[in-house]
Design a protein around this ligand. Structure first.
Ligand SMILES: [Zn+2]
Length: 306
């Protein structure tokens, strides 16, 4: 069955790129509604922005959505990953600015708040998107691929010259609470040189050593270092889950990303939906639903993130 939240959940923070304060409330929504953003500070234009792959616009270092009226919401990927990872299918996300708050740079604060609020099972059948044929996109050395699989599997590999990151690879089956336990605490990371360049061009103005892991060559500059040695590849997997959630329904597929980022994940979704016969909707019976992300999560699973 479909799932929403038992009650509304409130967040306050700053946007990573804008640096501006933002308040956000995630509300329950009725079955078959899906995930929508609503910009409360936009009153003259249509302020509802769909969490949909075809609303994604090119952006640097985050996922940005824009509706037909030109109203935008950026940095949606971590809250989308938290919703997908908790198996929440219907929600309305109100915010009073253009960017989702970055909080600690991971999805853990969203997950913790959602599990504390409780999940609401809705009396409506759930459908998944089953990938039937592989699709792949390549840009330079980066690739992103979707292939048939009985569960959502995320397989990711990164390769950075900085020794503090280096080569990292991980493959996880996203069934049940895997996302909450294995990925939700992994924080955004970036290189010191990139931070300097971004801030010079007016980006990452809200970035601090408290909401992003900053590395410089062999060194991790953020106090306390990494939460896990392979925190960077885990964060890339978190981002991938959030970007894949824009498909609009849980995916039954293996996603393989090599040096991929937000744009590549969106490109492979676009390729999937543009390829006749590459996918179909599949109504979930209880056995199939049990293989999806977030199914069976309880408040007790909070101990993994709180
Ligand atoms: Zn991210």
């Amino acid at each position: 069955v479909q799932t929403s939240l038992a009650k509304s959940v409130r967040f306050e923070g700053v946007g990573l790129h804008s640096g501006a304060p933002v308040r956000m409330v995630v509300h329950p929504a009725s079955a078959n509604r899906g995930i929508w953003f609503r910009r409360l500070d936009e009153t003259a234009r249509d302020n509802l922005v769909p969490a949909a792959w075809d609303a994604v616009q090119p952006a640097r270092l985050c996922t940005l959505l824009r509706n037909g009226a030109g109203v935008e919401v950026s940095t949606v990927e971590h809250v989308m990953a938290a919703l997908a990872g908790c198996g929440i299918h219907n929600a309305t996300i109100e915010l009073d600015g253009p960017e989702v708050p970055i909080l600690d740079g991971s999805a853990a604060p969203f997950v913790a708040a959602f599990l504390r609020a409780g999940l609401l099972r809705q009396a409506a059948p759930l459908r998944a998107i089953e990938v039937l044929r592989p699709v792949e996109v390549r840009r330079g050395e980066a690739t992103a691929r979707l292939a048939p699989a009985p569960n959502l599997v995320i397989d990711f590999e990164i390769d950075f010259a900085e020794n503090a990151i280096g080569h990292q690879a991980l493959r996880l089956v996203m069934a049940n609470g895997t996302f909450v336990r294995e990925l939700s605490k992994a924080r955004t990371f970036c290189r010191k040189a990139d931070v300097d360049a971004m801030q010079a061009s007016g980006l990452a103005l809200g970035g601090t050593l408290d909401n992003a892991v900053v590395v410089d060559g062999d060194r991790v500059l953020s106090p306390g270092g990494l939460r896990l040695a392979d925190e960077p590849v885990r964060h890339k997997m978190l981002d991938a889950l959030g970007d894949l959630a824009l498909a609009g329904a849980p995916l039954l597929a293996q996603y393989t990303g090599h040096r991929a980022g937000h744009a590549m994940t969106n490109a492979v979704l676009r390729a999937l939906f543009a390829t006749p016969g590459a996918w179909r909707y599949r109504l979930c019976d209880p056995a199939l639903a049990a293989r999806l992300p977030g199914m069976g999560l309880r408040e007790a699973d909070l101990s993994a993130v709180a």
